[in-house]
Design a protein around this ligand. Structure first.
Ligand code: SAM
Length: 343
């Protein structure tokens, strides 16, 4: 944890400031010690990361977060296309490069931290990566050399962060895994500065109908499998997925005019940029969590409205997901997105 992180941290239980105690520092990082809230509750700092988590809100959240912690231990990649700026912007066409310079940025649900370095390189003043799972330790290893990046273990549903301090919050593939996505979005909204921007990438229901009909039954079973068995199953499933992405979909997936001839042509086209191991990780990622929602467009609108956020831009990467940006709602204001009025 960088010392400057103290400016942003709060006790998640009481919302009070935290006091640093018994700090052991190394090269500008607080490696060990604890943070104490006003109630006297102590939060340990282990291997450079403060653990500001409270109890999970449900057993499904507990399973989902533990599963992702294991996933990022197995797939701790930090380089290549899967962690590239190019890929970042294909998930987030609603963001631009000039959203970053000089800004204080939160990556909410940062996983193994693959985007923290990209956000820092684009000129962010400070980048905080937060995740509920033990993946924070991989995030920390991947970013400890960056003076403007720090990593915190905490939950979006009980964020240990000061309200109103972030210029930009980005959250890729996280909100649909929350036990209570509206609450999560609302909590994130309170962390934004008044003119701040939030961008989330969500699974879409439209464009995923065929996929969901195959994966939903597997999702009932897979989160309960031992890790090694799930990894083996993911490797086996990755073979036809990889072959289809590189052969049938490449040859016949798309018509000359760019429209898809085969189902999910855009998605398989994206998968063809990944290595085989990345495809294994993508399959594993789909099968491991208990909590995963797929949003229809009207549900995306409702998510933002219910979280009291104003939706300002919405795109549909690869035709089967939503990339959505918004701001804190100013009461009574209306915004327009994709040609529709959004409350
Ligand atoms: C599919 S991964 C995405 C990780 C990262 N955003 C990326 O694009 O590589 C979802 C992440 O959300 C995290 N997560 C789930 N529930 C969370 C919560 N309540 N608060 C913070 N992070 C959470 C998981 O631990 C996991 O790392």
């Amino acid at each position: 944890m960088k010392l400057w992180a103290l400016e942003y941290l709060l006790c998640p239980e009481t919302g009070s400031p935290v006091e640093l105690r018994d700090a052991v520092c190394e090269d500008g990082e607080v490696m060990a010690g604890s943070l104490r809230g006003a109630s006297g509750r102590e939060y340990p700092i282990r291997r450079g990361v403060p653990d500001l988590t409270l109890q999970p809100v449900s057993s499904a959240e507990d399973q989902t977060v533990a599963a992702f912690g294991e996933e990022w231990d197995i797939f701790d990649y930090r380089e290549g296309f899967v962690a590239s700026r190019e890929l970042f912007f294909t998930f987030f066409p609603v963001l631009q490069r000039d959203d970053f310079p000089g800004r204080v940025v939160l990556d909410a649900g940062c996983g193994n931290g693959r985007w923290l370095g990209r956000m820092a390189e684009m000129g962010s003043r400070r980048v905080i990566g937060m995740d509920y799972s033990c993946s924070v330790h991989n995030s920390w290893l991947n970013t400890r050399h960056l003076p403007n990046v720090t990593v915190v273990q905490g939950s979006i549903l009980q964020p240990p962060l000061r309200p109103g301090v972030f210029d930009l919050i980005a959250s890729m593939g996280v909100i649909h895994h929350l036990d209570d996505p509206v609450r999560g979005m609302r909590e994130l909204g309170t962390l934004l500065r008044p003119q701040g921007k939030i961008a989330v990438w969500l699974y879409g229901q439209e464009g995923n109908e065929l996929y969901l009909s195959m994966v939903r039954p597997l999702r009932k079973l897979c989160p309960h499998l031992p890790t090694k068995l799930l990894l083996l199953l993911s490797r086996m499933l990755a073979v036809p997925v990889w072959a289809h992405a590189h052969a049938t979909n490449r040859w016949w997936g798309t018509r000359r005019d760019g429209t898809g001839r085969l189902p999910m042509a855009g998605y398989f086209d994206f998968l063809s940029n990944l290595t085989f191991d990345d495809v294994v990780s993508t399959v594993y990622d789909q099968l491991t969590p208990q909590l995963a929602r797929y949003y229809r467009r009207d549900e995306v609108d409702a998510l933002f409205a219910d979280a009291r956020l104003t939706l300002t831009a919405c795109d549909t990467p690869r035709g089967n997901s939503y990339s959505v940006a918004g701001t804190r709602a100013i009461s009574g204001a209306k915004s327009e997105c994709c040609g529709r009025k959004v409350a």
